[in-house]
Design a protein around this ligand. Structure first.
Ligand SMILES: Cc1cc2nc3c(=O)[nH]c(=O)nc-3n(C[C@H](O)[C@H](O)[C@H](O)COP(=O)(O)O)c2cc1C
Length: 178
């Protein structure tokens, strides 16, 4: 049984991103895996203030006390990280970018979760138009690289693919393959 942490960067509780996550989770859970879905936009997570406390005397602990601690704790116990997001202006939503930037603390060798188990990473991206994923991929590939995670898949849906039976099956099959 693997523990999979999914960060949902969409603010829409029944949106296209959530539909993709639900299909993915159904597949993964059918194989006995535990899927924890965190709706990032329901949390209070401030942007990184670049104070470097986490990389100096903080020993991997961020000086800001907010809901990022919930994500850090779940990440420390997860085998895989999945980041899901709608595309906003060719990138990821601001709420999710704050989370990505706050992972800066986690790539300090002294970070509390530096003994983390996670090895794998996947991205789930939804958009209106096709071929708009380069910005999001650049950010998320950078996050995966900094955390030492292998990117195993990037699943996308644009336009009418969103919510389609074929797309939901693709997401479910990916979850099942883990
Ligand atoms: C603020 C905002 C910016 C967006 N920017 C883009 C964009 O640059 N390219 C694109 O293809 N779709 C863009 N979209 C459309 C969303 O990516 C698309 O509708 C997506 O399926 C929404 O996912 P959700 O239902 O999970 O929120 C934007 C939507 C919003 C609200």
């Amino acid at each position: 049984m693997k523990k999979i942490l999914v960060l949902n960067g969409s603010p829409r509780p029944k949106g296209n991103t959530k539909a993709m996550i639900t299909a993915f989770a159904k597949g993964a859970e059918s194989q006995g895996h535990q899927v924890d879905i965190v709706d990032v936009c329901k949390l209070t997570i401030h942007g990184c203030i670049a104070c470097e406390h986490c990389h100096t005397k903080g020993n991997g602990v961020c000086v800001q006390k907010d809901d990022m601690q919930k994500i850090s704790t779940l990440f420390g116990d997860a085998d895989m990280l999945v980041v899901a997001a709608p595309i906003y202006f060719s990138g990821i939503p601001g709420q999710l970018k704050c989370v990505v930037d706050r992972f800066y603390a986690a790539f300090n060798p002294q970070a509390p979760n530096s003994s983390r188990k996670a090895k794998k990473f996947a991205a789930i991206l939804s958009s209106g138009l096709p071929n708009v994923y380069d910005g999001a991929k650049a950010v998320l590939n950078s996050l995966a690289a900094c955390l030492g995670l292998e990117v195993v898949s990037v699943l996308t849906a644009n336009g009418e693919e969103n919510g389609s039976e074929a797309k939901m099956a693709e997401l479910q099959n990916f979850g099942k393959s883990l």
